[in-house]
Design a protein around this ligand. Structure first.
Ligand SMILES: *Cc1c(COP(=O)(O)O)cnc(C)c1O
Length: 379
């Protein structure tokens, strides 16, 4: 089955109760048993729910994985992976990490004795110098948020394999339409399905996809034992969103390309970060591992300070100033004071998140209207 068919049919069956074409929302916490332990495979909805099972099968299908695991948020999915570790274990991650992931690692898990290293994953010798017998996980995000850096998944997978580590890729920004990390050697793919997968800014959802039987068993155990499961209504919304993932992503990429080129040619713009531009540091890696360049971009306006940058954002009308990304509507953000406010100023400026940086989630409106909106904000 090709990707554009999988979004609609991948892992899906006609529901046996009434042959409904759409997956029903099984809004129930529990299931009648014929006698103790005799049931139809469902006992309690933290453990299993048919709507969630359908979603998990769709997740697996999108990343060509054997297993899909759904969580009540992207962060709950990340939380489950770190719960595979024990005190003393170490994780190597990027210094250009989603703010919430950084906060979870440093504010929650460090106090349980897990050590996190943040480094540039471009520099393989930096990774080498951090590797030791306690290292258990390499955690990559590509493209990253908000600097839209692209890391070479195959190269990181090789290091991870050689050292018997678990290699996790947060694939939220690319979506499975553009990039399938498991096929490039990753062990676990993580998604904030809140973003492109659900795609309509109406649900918070997390996903893990993987092939390893042993790790999958542990993750399903953690899903049930820790209990961060999504409700059936949210599973339904995500399933419904996924059906148009390929159509939306194609338009996101086309529009982002137009917006990126407009900004790149604008005299007031200092720099545009979008992997489709030849000037992008990792344009070649992006070409190798992604089928297109995505709907996310960041840029900096020449000599703007924080106030001027915020004024620019306030002048935009079609780009709504909001957290999040990946919905049909265009959003803009100021990472330094929004998504990355929890990262110390010194730390975030090292990775490029300065006060003049603007992030755009380019939606699927008409590209001409989006460009006009930006033009007006420059005046
Ligand atoms: C939003 C996001 C997350 C967190 O996901 P939630 O669904 O908000 O919990 C993790 N990683 C990336 C790259 C994100 O954009």
């Amino acid at each position: 089955m090709k990707f554009n068919t999988k979004t609609i049919h991948g892992g899906q069956k006609i529901d046996p109760a009434f042959n409904s074409v759409m997956q029903p929302i099984y809004q129930t916490s529990t299931y009648a048993q014929e006698s103790p332990g005799v049931n139809k495979g469902f006992e309690y909805s933290r453990t299993h729910n048919p709507t969630r099972t359908a979603l998990q099968n769709s997740f697996a299908s999108l990343e060509n994985a054997k297993y899909g695991v759904a969580f009540s948020s992207g962060l709950a999915a990340i939380d489950a992976i770190i719960k595979l570790l024990k005190p003393g274990d170490e994780v190597i991650s990027t210094n250009d990490l989603y703010g919430g992931t950084y906060r979870l690692f440093t504010k929650i898990f460090e106090k349980y004795g897990i050590k996190f290293h943040f480094t540039s994953l471009h520099n393989l010798t930096d990774i080498d110098s951090l590797l030791n017998e306690k290292t258990k996980v390499i955690w990559a995000e590509t493209p990253t948020n908000p600097m839209i850096n692209v890391f070479d998944i195959e190269k990181l997978a090789k290091i991870s394999k050689a050292n018997k580590l678990i290699f996790v890729v947060d694939n939220t920004f690319a979506s499975p339409y553009l990039q399938n990390p498991l096929e490039l050697g990753a062990d676990i793919v993580m998604h904030s399905a809140t973003k492109y997968l659900a795609g309509h800014s109406d649900v918070v959802m997390g996903a893990l996809m993987l092939n390893n039987d042993e790790i999958a068993e542990k993750l399903y155990f953690i899903q049930n034992a820790s209990g961060a499961v999504p409700g059936p209504q949210d599973c339904f919304l995500t399933l419904r969103g996924i059906k148009t993932l390929h159509v939306r992503m194609q338009r996101h990429c086309e529009n982002a390309s137009k917006v990126a080129h407009f900004l790149n040619n604008h005299s007031k713009v200092e720099k545009v970060y979008w992997p489709g531009l030849e000037s992008h540091l990792n344009h070649e890696v992006a070409k190798k591992q992604m089928s297109d360049f995505g709907g996310m971009l960041s840029f900096r306006i020449k000599d703007y300070n924080k106030n001027q940058t915020i004024k620019f954002l306030e002048k935009l009308h079609l780009f709504t100033l909001a957290e999040s990304l990946g919905g049909v509507e265009s959003l803009c953000g100021h990472p330094a004071s929004m998504t990355h406010a929890s990262i110390p100023k010194e730390e975030r400026e090292k990775s490029g998140v300065t006060d003049s940086l603007i992030r755009l989630s380019v939606g699927i409106e008409d590209a001409d209207d989006l460009i006009d909106d930006l033009k007006n904000a420059f005046l």
